[in-house]
Ligand binder design. Sequence first.
Ligand code: 5HY
Length: 240
Amino acid sequence: MSAPETRILVVNPNSTTSMTEKIAISARAAAGPGVAITAVNPLDAPASIEGYHDEAMCLRGLLEEIAKGEAAGHDGFVVACFDDTGLGACREVASGPVVGICEAAMHAAAMIATSFSVVTTLPRSVPIIEDLALTYGMERRCRRVRAADIPVLALEDEGNEGRAARDKVRAEVERAVAEDGCEAVILGCAGMADLTAWLSRETGVPVIDGVVCAVRMVEALVGAGLATSKVGAYARPRVK
Ligand code: 5HY
């Protein structure tokens, strides 16, 4: 008799379904045997998350999707936004592990290299990710957080804008390798998930996608019988 499936809910907190589909492709390609991936996004949320205001505006929809996933019995969850938006609040709502793609990518990078740089989209996202590196204790490992200076949604364009955006990401990854002395590069946007293999080939260094890392880490945590601790900060929200 086969072991029960591990069901992982991957939530893209923005409302762009093409990005959710891209994330789902990466997540399903990474998932191990017996793992079922469901990828969703809220309908009422910013089309992309670029800065603090968008982060705040996506929280209600994100938490509603996590609550629905919890009620449906998902074993673990991925927050598929590189700002790790609302991660603590999601952990209060969920029983199973909740992993953010930034935290997952930084820990994975620190296990395969002594240093990494991050390449994200807009300059306004750089301090947000720098703060996450500090939060996760990665300040000694993170050489630099860079921006390709592209809007998030440019990565969803299938024409010239998309091609130009992908070329700008590649150029920034190459600058990171040439200038930062980093031994790995993390892609700092869930919308870059489909660029990982290409950029690894082009640059010759490990290029890391947080979606893949987060899915495999949720699998590992569930497989180890671990769930979110409810004895402190991640206890269920108090009824008022
Ligand atoms: C993300 N924004 O992963 C973040 C990253 C960024 O809509 N999905 C988004 O570029 O700020």
